[in-house]
Write a protein that binds this ligand. Structure first.
Ligand code: ZN
Length: 91
């Protein structure tokens, strides 16, 4: 959310406001920015976290297709099966 609002604090902003002299990332050789934090940092641990988040998002994107397939698959319990006679009398 902070990224979307442009308030995710990073070294690029810190340099702009005069808090530090360089916008280099604290943990890798790249220049720091909001985008760098979310998707471009080269630090092995952070890079692994970014990849894991990417893969989870990809799996979530597949979920509606999996649900559609599951709903379309034939099952033993169908909504189109005839209503048992004892239940028909309850109507
Ligand atoms: Zn970095």
């Amino acid at each position: 959310m902070k990224y979307r609002l442009g308030v995710l604090f990073n070294n690029k902003l810190a340099q702009r406001f005069g808090y530090i002299v360089t916008q280099k990332c604290s943990v890798c050789p790249g220049d720091d920015s909001a985008l760098h934090i979310l998707s471009r940092c080269q630090h092995p641990t952070i890079s692994k976290m970014i990849t894991e988040r990417h893969n989870k998002a990809g799996r979530l994107k597949q979920l509606p297709k999996q649900l559609q397939r599951a709903l379309a698959a034939p099952t033993s319990c169908s909504l189109t099966s005839p209503v048992p006679t004892n239940l028909q009398q309850m109507r």
